[in-house]
Design a protein around this ligand. Sequence first.
Ligand SMILES: [Zn+2]
Ligand SMILES: [Zn+2]
Length: 162
Amino acid sequence: MKLNLDTLPFGRSALEVELTFLVEDEEGGGTGLTVVGELAVDNVDSRVLVAGVLAVSSPAVCDRCLEAFTLAYEAGVDIQVIRSKPGTPDEETPDTWILHQARGEIDLDEPLREAALLDLPIKRVCREDCLGICPTCGAERNRKDCDCPREPADPRWDGLDS
Ligand SMILES: [Zn+2]
Ligand SMILES: [Zn+2]
């Protein structure tokens, strides 16, 4: 996805985003990450700011019940293009992706992809109250409950769950 600095209107404009990235996993396969939404582009004196929140969706497998589902979350985008000194290396701060370019087209694919990956949830569950698979008998408890005694929740995971 390209943004042309030479034809960009001065002031604020909207940028429609609809992109799919392939994210490789450890097994050599890949998942598509679809990013959709509208970003605000502010073209002011010596810089261009591209910011907003995009909706990200991706096929995923639930951590608890192992069923396939569509993972959906939001990713914040904050890109700054500084119109100076071509050749200055791009900077990536925790919150902002900074590019240095005075003219011509800038490629937004990489910063948009990074923004989507940055907010990728660590915990992937098909729904908050997914019951998962019984560790004792292997029953899929979303479909059919079993009679195994419930283990008390392991307090060591409490911090990670929130
Ligand atoms: Zn689940
Ligand atoms: Zn069971």
